[in-house]
Ligand binder design. Structure first.
Ligand code: GLC
Length: 557
């Protein structure tokens, strides 16, 4: 049996959709989305073609970092609902063929977490060693600060504790000491708990930070942190053979590769492709895919059953931290020239449509790229309808506006007063009046229907998710051409990064006589010359998914 004919390795051709319950749909009128609201709107996601929901943190939290500051890893924030609501949601999702994963944020806790409260109160506390303490901050305390606008050190003096503690993120997020076996065991229990409740895995927050042990004084004697990740993965799959770990690892490719583990892939099941994402933006800015091509050629293949996670936007700033200063400036100039759009000097707090001036052809081309690039596509809520940002919101909250369901006040997200909402509603050209689910459902030419089509075709093409891909050489610098092959099937994807029409001449080796290609997005067919030469036009910001058809092939186009 071919693995593609089973759903065993489901993540390799999944469609992941990330959302924050808080900003999705509010059923009790308090201005905050809730789990029941998400349950009510589950069919929107099912119809879109989503196969895996990624829930951003829903745990009890003082909410100083949008829920990434947790006070109880086993709890559900009562403002969002109950464990009962969550189990109902998971059941509904499963009925629609969707799995549910959630953020696992165990690099740190909130400083309000009872463990930290106990730890800081006394050196004798059983939780003291769950965090990383020092009498004096190390000399490099100001190196590697993640939020430079708010923090100037990785170490914070705590009056009550009489010592400094490590916090790689905000100072209200003390790092757990992963080198402590008790902490490791507790993390395992957390995984076990949520798996038992029905989750199919986790998006693991800040993985390199989680595994970092340099803060521990006796670091030299510590076991290899990758052994721990390996143990965690083994535990996960003992409990649930189909569960996954989707890791946030933003490092150079060769370092990221190590987080997949050995050749059998015994650590993270998926890693986000942060480099590919950044080079995609650089390529868009230049109207030429050359930089993306270079990155993809350098990108290591993941182990056979692992996968890259590809994405265009997420809930954080669009980070450009792996580009050179000049490259970053180019992307800023093209997509976020105003200072207010930029964040931490390395990213943009924007969504894609406004960056592209809401150019529908270009936008559609980018999403078409997302679904053809080798990797599992991950969408951020609202992308399917082309939501924008609201720069009046603080920092990264600019891209975390309430979901836009209808033209009604608050975009139909909530009946509360606008100043009670969990996020600022988008205004202007991309406000709910112009961009909403209800209108786009009825409009056959909407972005929503375009993305549905892309998802359907992507799910129908095992070549894209399972196959071997080759970047095809040709003479047209503005077009990205990729051949994906799997078990005799072949799909050629063409994407034009420029607003000028282009034509490509490709050599499709070994295709034989009587071969045609059919565009899976339009149904149009074209002939391939007997020597395997294909000449094909690609419109301004055009995209084509060409299935190679031999005379006796029986595909439905
Ligand atoms: C990750 C999350 C980000 C959060 C940080 C600290 O980078 O994506 O939103 O602020 O971790 O938990």
């Amino acid at each position: 049996m071919r693995l593609t004919e089973t759903a065993d390795v489901w993540w390799k051709n999944a469609v992941v959709y990330c959302l924050d319950i808080e900003t999705f749909f509010d059923t009790d009128g308090d201005g905050r989305g809730d789990i029941r609201g998400l349950s009510q709107r589950i069919d929107h996601l099912a119809e879109l073609g989503v196969t895996c929901l990624w829930l951003m943190p829903f745990y009890p939290t003082p909410d100083r970092d949008d829920g990434y500051d947790i006070t109880d890893f086993y709890g559900v924030d009562s403002r969002l609902g109950t464990h009962g609501d969550l189990v109902e949601l998971i059941t509904l999702a499963q009925d629609r063929g969707m799995r549910v994963i959630a953020d696992l944020v165990v690099n740190h806790t909130s400083d309000q977490h009872p463990w930290f409260q106990s730890a800081r109160a006394s050196r004798e506390s059983p939780y003291r060693d769950w965090y990383v303490w020092r009498d004096e901050p190390p000399e490099d305390a100001d190196k590697g600060i993640v939020f430079p606008d708010q923090e100037d050190s990785l170490w914070q003096y705590d009056e009550q504790a009489g010592q400094y503690y490590l916090h790689q993120f905000y100072k209200h997020q003390p790092d757990l000491d992963i080198a402590n076996p008790e902490v490791r065991e507790e993390i395992t229990r957390i995984l076990g708990f949520w798996l038992q409740l029905g989750l199919s895995g986790f998006r693991v927050d800040a993985v390199p930070f989680l595994l970092e042990t340099k803060g521990s004084l006796d670091a030299a004697d510590l076991p290899d942190p990758h052994d721990y990740l390996r143990d965690l993965r083994a535990f996960l799959n003992r409990r649930n053979g189909q569960a996954v770990l989707l890791g946030e690892v933003n490092l150079p490719y060769k370092d990221t590769r190590t987080f997949f583990g050995d050749e059998d892939g015994d650590e993270l099941t998926m890693c986000f492709d942060f480099i590919g994402m950044q080079k995609l933006y650089l390529s868009l800015a230049r109207s030429e895919p050359a930089e993306l091509v270079k990155a993809l050629r350098e990108r290591p293949d993941p182990p056979e059953e692992a996968q890259w996670g590809t994405f265009v936007r997420n809930h954080d700033e669009l980070t450009l931290d792996k580009l050179t200063e000049d490259e970053k400036k180019e992307v800023f100039a093209a997509f976020g020239p105003e200072e207010d759009m930029q964040l931490y000097g390395r990213g943009l707090r924007r969504r894609l449509p406004p960056m592209l001036g809401n150019d529908q052809a270009r936008l559609r081309m980018v999403y078409s790229m997302l679904f053809t690039l080798p990797g599992t596509p991950v969408l951020f809520y609202g992308e399917e309808i082309g939501m924008g940002e609201n720069l009046a919101a603080d920092g990264r909250n600019a891209v975390r506006s309430p979901m836009q369901w209808t033209r009604d006040p608050n975009g139909g997200f909530s009946t509360a007063d606008p100043d009670q909402l969990a996020g600022l509603v988008v205004e202007g050209e991309l406000s709910p009046e112009h961009v909403n689910v209800a209108d786009q459902r009825r409009d056959p030419d909407s972005l929503l229907n375009w993305i549905k089509l892309l998802i359907q075709r992507y799910r129908e093409c095992p070549e894209l998710s399972w196959g071997k891909y080759t970047i095809l050489e040709h003479e047209s610098p503005t077009v990205y051409a990729q051949l994906s092959e799997y078990e005799g099937g072949a799909v050629v994807a063409l994407h034009n990064f420029s607003d000028e029409p282009a034509e490509v001449t490709l050599a499709l080796a070994g295709t034989g006589v009587g071969v045609r290609v059919a565009d899976l997005l339009t149904g149009k067919t074209s002939e391939v010359d007997n020597d395997g030469t294909l000449r094909h036009p690609v419109g301004p910001y055009g995209c084509c998914w060409l299935r190679v058809l031999r005379p006796d092939d029986r595909y439905i186009i």
